[in-house]
Design a protein around this ligand. Structure first.
Ligand SMILES: [Cu+2]
Length: 119
C-alpha cells in the first residue's frame, strides 16, 4: 500500500497522467521509483526556478512567465502561462518582475505554487 503511494507520487512528480497505470507494470514501476526516490522527495520540496514575469492576467489569475528549466516537470526553458497558486501573486507581480518560483501540476493545471521576487 505504502509502496504504491510512493510509486504514484514519483509518477506524478514526473508530470505523467497516473489514471491508468496497468498492474502489469507495477514491477517496473517499483524499480523506477527506487531510481527516482530523490524525485519523490522533491514532490514535497519543489526546486526553485528562475523566471521573469512577462504578463499578469489578474482576472483569470494567471501569470505568463519566461522560465528556466523546471526539473520536476521535465520542462525546458520557455515562456508560458501558469495559474497563480495564490490570488495575492497577481496583485504583487507585474510584467518585467524577476522571480524565483516553484511550479507543479495542480488539478491538471500547471501552477506557480510559490513565487518570490528575485533581487
Ligand atoms: Cu514551460
Amino acid at each position: 500500500m505504502r509502496r504504491m503511494m510512493i510509486v504514484k507520487a514519483a509518477v506524478m512528480a514526473a508530470g505523467f497522467a497516473v489514471a491508468s497505470v496497468p498492474l502489469a507494470l507495477a514491477h517496473e514501476g517499483e524499480v523506477h521509483s527506487a531510481d527516482a526516490s530523490p524525485a519523490a522527495a522533491t514532490a514535497k520540496t519543489l526546486p526553485m526556478v528562475a523566471g521573469e514575469v512577462t504578463k499578469v492576467d489578474a482576472e483569470q489569475g494567471k501569470l505568463s512567465i519566461k522560465h528556466a528549466a523546471i526539473p520536476n516537470l521535465g520542462m525546458d526553458p520557455m515562456t508560458m502561462v501558469f495559474k497563480a497558486g495564490d490570488p495575492a501573486m497577481v496583485k504583487d507581480l507585474k510584467a518585467g518582475d524577476k522571480i524565483n518560483f516553484t511550479a507543479d501540476k495542480v488539478n491538471g493545471q500547471l501552477t506557480a505554487t510559490k513565487v518570490e521576487k528575485a533581487k
